[in-house]
Design a protein around this ligand. Structure first.
Ligand SMILES: [Zn+2]
Ligand SMILES: [Zn+2]
Length: 119
């Protein structure tokens, strides 16, 4: 707990020390990084993956790393289909997905199959 407080304090100190000019250039370079990574991912076929243990959802062109699930052990990823412009909401686990078509139903973290509703 004390570790977190110290970390938070250092973070605040860091931002106080930074001049506004530094802040702006930091934000701009950060933005460029984000734009580049977005450009990179849109070039490949992205898929939605969800871990049925910790319920985290990521979009990636291949299975994400299995190690380090916050619920313990390895992630248990389910391939939910291709990422796209349509939004789907699971009525059971309340996850919101951007998917090309109706996502795969198998493996809802709340048990059984996802119940997708197109938004
Ligand atoms: Zn997990
Ligand atoms: Zn679900």
């Amino acid at each position: 707990m004390t570790k977190i407080i110290t970390l938070f304090f250092l973070l605040v100190l860091y931002f106080v020390i930074l001049t506004p000019q530094d802040c702006i250039s930091w934000a701009v370079s950060k933005n460029d990084e984000i734009r580049q990574s977005v450009a990179n991912v849109t070039n490949s076929t992205l898929k939605n993956y969800q871990c049925i243990k910790c319920e985290v959802c990521v979009k990636k062109d291949k299975y994400p790393s299995f190690s380090g699930c916050p619920e313990g052990g390895n992630h248990n990823w389910k391939d939910l289909g291709t990422y796209g412009d349509n939004q789907f909401l699971c009525k059971k686990c309340s996850i919101l997905l951007k998917s090309k078509s109706m996502p795969n139903c198998a493996g809802c973290p709340k048990g059984g199959n996802h119940e997708w509703k197109k938004l």
